[in-house]
Ligand binder design. Structure first.
Ligand SMILES: [Zn+2]
Length: 441
């Protein structure tokens, strides 16, 4: 089955186990040259297979080191016919050599996605389907794989990608940065950030290493605006369970971004999100929460997007209360009042591709969680969140999976609650909290 919102992306005939990307980038021309090796397992007998890849010039396509019987690259699809059928269960590798100036994936709703050239360097923000703008992939959120990403760029530039920097080798005028991400990752969360950044470690970061890459001129503001991120990490670890990856990095690009962007183990903010007054602190919390909800637990299909955005939005409210701002209950009441003024024509459990990032999905997704917390009580609600995050760590999730698990934490049926909040467009009333919340939530 293909993704219900982007059926033209991805191929369910195989599962990718690892991507090995070797990239060279020339910032002043914008040219990217790549060698990608996609390690995969056939899920059925494969006569042919497809990879998603944007407009590049392809120099070579190999399957297990041999030329395939045929390949053609058209309309952002690389169709490959191997020289022999790959029987179900076969482990195989496709190598693609490609080059060109990456073209972002253009969308009506969300502008350009994927690889974007900056005045100095590049950023990648692919959600939901921009990954083929920079590497050949099985572009569906449910096919997660490990990554090795090697990027060669001119020496003054810093390169940040997902995972751990395992080597950095300087040549005459270029440096090769190698990152390894050992936790399975969806294609849309793979990223490379290239720019004249200063790399810094966050002080007092505790058990999870937290670093940043920031334009030097913004370092002072950054230090102030992100100073409480380690406290957020502590709060979310208490509420959601252990941080799911080895480290967390933040990149601030020297341009304005409409919204920050999450990637696995990493978040990207615009210069406009660093104002020296913590004006975007709720977004710092939002992006960090995505490491659990979105990145470790990834939607099996894009229609379940509220499992990412509703949870990240609710995390903003929990952080507000923790720092002494308005409580989650107060923010929920405000949010419901705002939503009541908007059209109620959206089903949160399946908002449709065009409206998957509609504010109402975020707000009402968070309200659904608040209503659930009112029903279960804070202690059972927190136990549910922790079990949800632990049980599906590094996996894929569905709305039905969440509601089924929630039922195990409830003393009476939740069908009415979930039916009203997730599956019907009309906005339900918010119940009151059944007890005084403990101080940590
Ligand atoms: Zn988000």
């Amino acid at each position: 089955m293909s993704d219900s919102y982007f059926p033209l992306h991805g191929d369910d005939g195989y599962a990718v186990t690892a991507y090995d990307l070797e990239l060279a980038y020339v910032p002043h021309t914008g040219r990217l040259a790549g060698r990608a090796t996609v390690h995969a397992v056939a899920r059925r007998d494969l006569i042919a297979l497809r990879l998603d890849l944007g407009r590049f010039k392809l120099h070579k396509v190999l399957v297990d080191g041999r030329r395939p019987a045929a390949w053609r690259h058209r309309a952002d699809k690389l169709h490959i016919t191997p020289s022999a059928v790959l029987p179900a269960g076969t482990v195989f590798a496709v190598e693609v050599r490609y080059a060109g100036v990456p073209h972002p994936v253009r969308t009506r709703e969300w502008g350009e996605l994927g690889w974007e050239q900056l005045a100095e360097g590049a950023l990648v923000a692919s959600q939901p389907h921009g990954a083929p703008s920079w590497f050949p992939c099985n572009d569906r959120p449910d096919d997660k794989a490990v990554y090795r990403i090697a990027v060669t760029a001119p020496t003054p530039y810093a390169v940040v990608a997902n995972g751990t920097l395992t080597s950095r080798t300087a040549g005459a005028s270029t440096t090769t940065w190698v990152y390894e991400e050992p936790a399975p990752m969806a294609t849309y969360l793979a990223t490379v950030q290239i720019g004249p950044y200063e790399r810094v470690e966050l002080a007092h970061a505790g058990p999870v290493p937290q670093s940043a890459a920031v334009p030097p001129a913004l370092l002072g503001r950054f230090a102030h605006d992100f100073a409480r991120q380690p406290l957020m990490m502590d709060l979310f670890t208490d509420l959601f369970g252990p941080y799911p990856f080895d480290r967390y990095a933040v990149v601030v690009v020297d341009e304005e971004l409409d919204v920050p962007v999450e990637a696995q183990g990493l978040s990207v903010f615009g210069a406009n999100h660093v104002d020296g007054r913590r004006g975007s602190e709720r977004l710092v919390a939002h992006e960090l929460a995505h490491q659990w909800f979105g990145n470790s637990l990834t939607v099996a299909d894009w229609r379940h997007i509220w499992l990412n955005e509703g949870f990240a939005k609710y995390a903003e409210w929990l952080w507000s209360q923790e720092r002494g701002g308005p409580s989650a209950a107060a923010l929920a009441a405000r949010s419901r009042s705002r939503l009541a003024l908007l059209p109620q024509d959206l089903r949160i459990a399946d908002p449709g591709a065009a409206r998957m990032f509609d504010d109402r999905v975020y707000e009402r997704g968070a309200l659904t969680l608040h209503a659930l917390r009112c029903e279960l009580g804070t202690i059972a609600f927190t136990a549910l969140l922790r079990e949800w995050a632990q049980r599906h760590r590094h996996g894929v999730v569905t709305t039905e999976g969440f509601t089924a698990l929630a039922a195990h934490h409830a003393s009476r049926s939740l069908d009415g609650l979930f039916g009203a909040w997730l599956y019907e467009p009309a906005l339900p009333e918010l119940p009151g909290l059944p007890e005084r919340p403990p101080p940590f939530i």
